[in-house]
Design a protein around this ligand. Structure first.
Ligand code: AP5
Ligand code: MG
Length: 210
């Protein structure tokens, strides 16, 4: 199964991807997580990406396309994957199609998680990440267990000014990508407001999981 997750910052893409991954056993490939790891390791990619990310801008297509295409060609992604945060632009969508088509592979579902901006702010300001496992928590809605609470961190780009730039960028760019998948009959819109389990159930039913 090949699934794409699209949605604004803080809509729950990473949270729900972890749940689908646990259920289906396909890799969760997050462009944001891969870029943050490159930044943390200070690799050449991380050095190029860092300024864009910390300013709430998109990293240039060529850099992101390269890491994603390499990642989806790994053996563990041969039977499926869950792409979180990619594609975000028409060139990224075109590059993904061009990489899959020669192998006879298709995207099965594109899930767009919709959450109003007013809800997003509360989610991202409370978001906490475990730097050891990369697991996503929320100080109020999904608190980390006590043995992990001392080590969780906040994301640099969750600061409100940067978050607002990311949201504006999302609203400006996403329509073209969602139109592309809607025209191909692949787009499902899912309401991302509600408890984690409720949103999970909506997504599971769209992709045929129980
Ligand atoms: P990326 O990491 O992809 O960030 P994003 O798209 O802005 O999304 P987030 O990770 O912020 O949110 P999420 O939807 O995963 O929400 P989460 O599950 O954590 O990208 C970061 C940056 O990298 C970009 O700005 C760009 O610079 C660069 N980049 C990445 N991909 C790129 C690309 N393709 N092209 C170019 N540049 C790219 O949930 C958020 C919080 O809410 C958590 O605390 C969670 O516990 C909580 N929560 C989740 N669901 C619920 C719920 N139902 N109720 C209550 N709380 C909830
Ligand atoms: Mg995420």
């Amino acid at each position: 199964m090949r699934v794409l997750l699209i949605g604004p910052p803080g809509s729950g893409k990473g949270t729900q991807a972890a749940r689908i991954k646990d259920k289906v056993g396909i890799p969760h490939i997050s462009s944001g997580d891969m870029l943050r790891e490159a930044v943390a390791k200070d690799t050449p990619l991380g050095q190029k990406a860092h300024d864009y990310m910390s300013q709430g801008r998109l990293v240039p297509d060529d850099l992101v396309i390269e890491i994603i295409l390499v990642r989806i060609s790994q053996p563990d992604a041969s039977t499926g994957f869950l792409l979180d945060g990619f594609p975000r632009t028409p060139p990224q969508a075109a590059a993904l199609k061009k990489a899959l088509t020669p192998h006879g592979f298709n995207i099965d579902h594109v899930i767009k998680i919709e959450v109003p901006d007013s809800v997003i702010i509360g989610r991202t300001t409370g978001r906490r990440i475990d730097p050891v496992t990369n697991k996503i928590y929320h100080s109020e809605f999904n608190p980390p267990p006590p043995e992990i609470a001392a080590r969780v961190i906040q994301r640099e780009d969750d600061e409100e000014v940067t978050l607002r730039k990311r949201l504006a960028k999302y609203h400006k760019d996403t329509q073209q990508v969602t139109d592309y998948y809607e025209q191909r009959g692949l787009l499902h819109i899912v309401n991302g407001v509600g408890k984690l389990e409720e949103v999970q159930q909506r997504i599971f039913s769209v992709i045929g999981l129980s």
